[in-house]
Design a binder for this molecule. Sequence first.
Ligand code: GLY
Length: 386
Amino acid sequence: MLSRPDVAVVGAGPVGLGIAWRCAARGLRVVVHDPAPGSGASHVAAGMLAPVAEAYFGEHELTGLLTASAARWPAFAAELTAATGADIGYRSEGTLMVGLTADDLAEARRLWAYQQGLGLPVTPLRPSALRDREPALAPRVRGGAFAATDHQVDPRRLVPALRVAAERAGAALVPTAVRRLSDVDARVTVVAAGCGAAALTGLPVRPVKGQVLRLRAPGGVAPGFRHVIRGYADGEHVYLVPRHDGEVVVGATVEERADTDVSAGAVLRLLRAAVDLLPELAEYDLIEAIAGLRPGTPDNAPILGPLPDRPGVLAATGHHRHGIVLTPVTADLIADLVVTGAADPLLAPFTPDRFAPAATVATAAPAVDGRTGPGASAPEEEHTWN
Ligand code: GLY
């Protein structure tokens, strides 16, 4: 690419590639910087699209964004498949949420009641109805509920497909690491670097470790269950995500740590919870144990929009537990912001300035299209966040 790009995206995970695809498809010159595309949190992620099951107490604004993005997923998946021919493993059987013991069920029911109070589609199921849906569940599972709109996609298929879509739309991938934003030459820079955003921008993004297992059904057949299962099992929270190719993802720990070591204790707890809920999993092959780092933020919500005091720089990071589900809404709304300079109201609760000292809050969204926006940016300055 000879001329100065309109947009430089730092980070080729699903969020960065999604933004690159959407921007390139709108005629912008786009470059994406990443020495190892798809090697971050998305490589470990299970790919649950779970705005209902992951609607947690006190996070109703985040739940609104998750719901909006999940609603975009069917069209996004279809468009991506049409653009690339790739099967990204999108599945819409829904999610069963289950409790193993009476205590587990009591804990789960509190959350389901909260979710129903938000108007989310949670349908309680009697044990017999639960087993009609998923006969492989252990007989001692006490009860559950169905979240029909919580779907799944395979992140290890999604990321290569997004890369193909972005490149076919005209985006160029550059396999170099960006160490300082001042090294990037573009009208607009979008920082979609996951945990790496902290060093680049000073934003309060911290690693939150997750350990995940992958099992495989013996004999090359599909797993003996078809829903995503989210279980409470003797106090452990576990999810089980079946793929058509026989893989089952079992996750995940949530640890305030920055290493990617896999511990025997975590593997033991995940497997015990998984097998307690679905006994046949004991016969599956254990094919992978891996840890990744989610980009967490102080309020567990993503950071989306212009950086105060850094004209021409947009953040699209901090997606924490929700990077895959939030990919479509992030890609669409950040591309809109780049093209028009207008921020969709959905972004309002998630702008970077919520973490900034009042004096540094930007007074206007960057009108990225034209000379009033980041194209007319001032030189970068170091900026420290509290
Ligand atoms: N959203 C699943 C996880 O973060 O483990």
